[in-house]
Design a binder for this molecule. Structure first.
Ligand SMILES: Nc1ncnc2c1ncn2[C@@H]1O[C@H](/C=C/CNC(=O)c2cc([N+](=O)[O-])cc(O)c2O)[C@@H](O)[C@H]1O
Ligand SMILES: [Mg+2]
Length: 214
């Protein structure tokens, strides 16, 4: 019977990566998506920018919206200091099941809490469920039309603090025009665009980094 793309990505990790080695998991996924089939992981070029922003922020609490196969969860979690936590949100149970296995294969499951559900339902529960007062770093990579409503929800739920960094994938391709309009014209954010390319292609894309000013 036909496998799904996330299942094929997991198989590629189990075949080509070394258990407990997050860098080998990242390389195995990138190699598979470059040479076998494209998938919507942030990829190696934008992933390096993600790495540099995470390293600069050195966050204790991280929220990721849209886990997919866990590629960016592994990228982020491998850079976190001991005691830091990544909460990643994924509403598709079948995809979440794959992501959990890829995160575990990388050996960084102690730093990652994968929560199944939709961002709109889960963001208001972050404080009560996880004892989070605010997030230091947020990676937006879910449905692009959710970037604005979820950013507003994070504000309303008091989950942003002075200095919280938001990093949004795909602001050019597939594009998040409403998000760029919202965040760039908002005095409460200081934004900067990092040009790159859509994962595994030569198509223009980039990341928008925005610092909440309080
Ligand atoms: N509100 C929500 N709450 C929880 N989980 C949610 C969610 N909305 C979506 N998700 C999950 O996040 C992933 C979707 C990502 C959308 N990215 C994309 O559509 C995407 C597309 C291209 N592309 O087409 O080139 C390139 C990219 O880098 C992309 O991220 C899926 O696993 C989906 O189940
Ligand atoms: Mg993306």
């Amino acid at each position: 019977t036909q496998t799904t793309r996330p299942q094929r990505i997991l198989k590629a990790v189990q075949k080509n990566a070394t258990k407990g080695d997050p860098d080998s998991v990242i390389s195995a996924i990138d190699h598979y998506c470059k040479h076998s089939e494209w998938a919507m992981n942030v990829g190696d070029e934008k992933g390096s920018i993600l790495d540099s922003v995470v390293s600069e922020v050195n966050p204790s609490t991280v929220l990721e919206l849209g886990t997919y196969c866990g590629y960016s969860a592994v990228r982020i979690a491998r850079l976190l200091s001991p005691g830091s936590k990544l909460i990643t949100v994924e509403f598709n149970p079948a995809i979440a099941a794959i992501a959990k296995q890829i995160i575990a294969y990388a050996g960084i499951q102690d730093k990652v809490t994968l929560v199944e559900g939709s961002s709109g339902d889960l963001i208001p529960k972050m404080k009560e469920c996880f004892g989070i007062t605010s997030f230091d770093f947020i990676f937006l990579d879910h449905w692009k039309d959710r970037y604005v409503p979820d950013t507003k929800l994070l504000e309303e739920c008091g989950l942003l603090r002075k200095g919280t960094v938001l990093l949004a994938d795909n602001v050019i391709c597939p594009g998040a025009p409403e998000y760029l309009k919202y965040i760039r014209n908002n005095r409460r954010y200081e934004s900067r665009y990092y040009p790159a390319h859509l994962e595994y292609t030569k198509v223009e894309d980039g990341l928008e980094k925005s610092i909440f000013l309080g």
